[in-house]
Design a protein around this ligand. Sequence first.
Ligand code: C2E
Ligand code: MG
Ligand code: MG
Length: 682
Amino acid sequence: MNYKNPVNILIVGDDASADSAVQALDGCNARLRSVGSPLAAMTLIAEFHFDVIICEDSFAPASVEFVINVRTAGIDIPIVLLSDNDNALTDDDTLQAQGVEILPQASLTPELLRRTISYSIATVGRQRLLQSVLDSTDAGIILVNEDGTPAIWNPAFNEMAQFLIGGGPETVEQFAEYAIDFDHPELLLGDRTIERQVSRLPDGITVLVLHDVTERLRSQEERLEADLRVAYLAHHDSLTGLPNRTAFTDRLHAEVRKADLFRSGFWVLNLDLNKFKEVNDVFGHAVGDGLLKELSDCLQGCLKDDEYLARFGGDEFVALQRFDDDDTDIPDLARRLLAAVDRPFTIDGNFVRTGISVGVSVYPDHGAEPEQLLANADSAMYRAKASPHENVSVFDESLDKAIRERRALANDLKDAVAGGELDVFFQPQALVESREIFGYEALARWNHPYLGWVPPDTFIPIAEENGLIIQLGELVLRRACEIAAGWPIPHAIAVNVSAVQIGHTDLPGAVRSALADSGLSADRLELEITETVLIDDPGRALSVLEQLKTIGVSVAMDDFGTGYSSLSSILSFSFDKIKIDRSFVDSIGTNPQAVEIIRAILGLGRNLRFTVIAEGVETEDHVQFLREEGCEEMQGYLIGKPISAEDVRIQIHQSCPDEDTDAPAADTDIDDERNESVSATG
Ligand code: C2E
Ligand code: MG
Ligand code: MG
């Protein structure tokens, strides 16, 4: 046998044994050094590198002590002990535990010595490799012999053991025993979590591997928390914390499945705040948000088990209630929600009163699909919103029909505007004192080929929604100017202007061109705007109103008193005229509060120098009240209903005897017929 690489061998023993080893290793690529005592050997080992130590047993038990000293010094060089006599080695076990190969000198052959050296070097090499692998892993690893003594372990294991037991040579063994026998896959060391794996090898060795999984668990926990947070955000509204549209839709799908399974049903409620846009615009978005938060808390407080509330965005909320035993037309939840918000809210010191309108659809009657149920509840909500008396509306087929009709009407209106089918009627305005007519308000009229007269309260909102109001408004403006320019008496002419026209068109330009083309003097034209104009985009609106004033036309605030901002609106711009809404006039004699408001606005008019005109004057009592309170102008059925241009022409001719009146007398029956059909359709 010949060693591939030169092998450095230290021989510890007397000359005779050194000689026999030299002979045995002759010619096998070994470099030999020999010393006579263990002490000299220790010195050499500290100085030079040796692959193997051959120790002669002649000075036992010093040889055992030598081995222990070598190992205690941390030196793991393989040691081959040549023993004189098997029985002489009293500490055989200790030596074997230290990785010492014992060869009986009596039966020693060169071949045996060489093989043993090779074997010892290879064994220690493998052990060194194993140790360096173990040393470089983060996991704590220990191999434990069958008798429980630790065979090999790494620094990570040692560290864990120190942590638990707190030092001492037995710690490794104690800790290993504790960890092997532990009856849970995880150990807790202080704030660390240690995952343990125990495997038993066929030769009786137990391998214990400990992984510190604290960071992994922490990051898993963090990821889980982040995932939960993302899931929460994806399913909740950030302002109110209520479930959002996604969450509600999921719930709705689940409720449909459940209802099918149990052959039951449920209600879907669509809730919308009344005049929320105005609250937002008048008090600011912070108050609007505050109101939404308070309101959602208030609504949420009404919920019973299994009832569900979500916010879809803006001022739109939706709720769900399963059918209960009381089989009523209107879900009990709707009543509770309405009652809960029927009170003023104080937000940042502002006193805000808003109600809700509720639309209800029923599963399965009003749609098999969640989207259909939501759309139908939404339609029902719009009906509730439009109704002056009901704040809850349950979807029905007629509503479906109404939606389709509204869509058809929008289409027809497009054709009507394009085809010039729209007409303009005129309603007289008179002085209260003398009842003398001084002007007319131009009001759009649509005579639908099949439906007859469609009221402006129906088609104007449609036109505002789809933008047709821009064409329609200009058409009314031009025609009103043209007709008024032809009157023999220079009566004033008032034209209604929508917020859309102010916000999205060059209204001053359109007015200038209508005046120029008709030849109407600017001081005869008055434009009526409602306070919504000032709410949508106050900056732009005020600048447009100023430009209109520069042209020389006057500006009136229409329907005064119906919105939130009435008072602040009239103070923000110097209006020429304020039109008190007919709902106030209608309340004269019945509602003292309305009467006070009329008085207040008349007082304000005297101070701020604007004219006040009362709308909707229908009775002599109204006139008497207005006269007593000093209101100068009025408009209403008592003075005259809106009439066609031709009828106005006749009326004016009749009122000025000097004019050549070949025109027939004004046929009030025609107006009445139109007005009746208007109210019949409305
Ligand atoms: P408005 O500008 O306040 O017009 C007055 C409305 O009150 C008219 O309804 C008129 O017929 C009605 N009215 C007048 N006196 C009385 C009365 O004594 N009793 C009752 N019950 N009603 C009276 P109309 O013509 O149906 O118009 C409704 C609304 O449609 C108008 O209210 C106006 O806001 C809008 N509108 C009409 N034409 C136009 C238009 O050309 N452009 C715009 N943007 N809006 C228009
Ligand atoms: Mg008006
Ligand atoms: Mg009005």
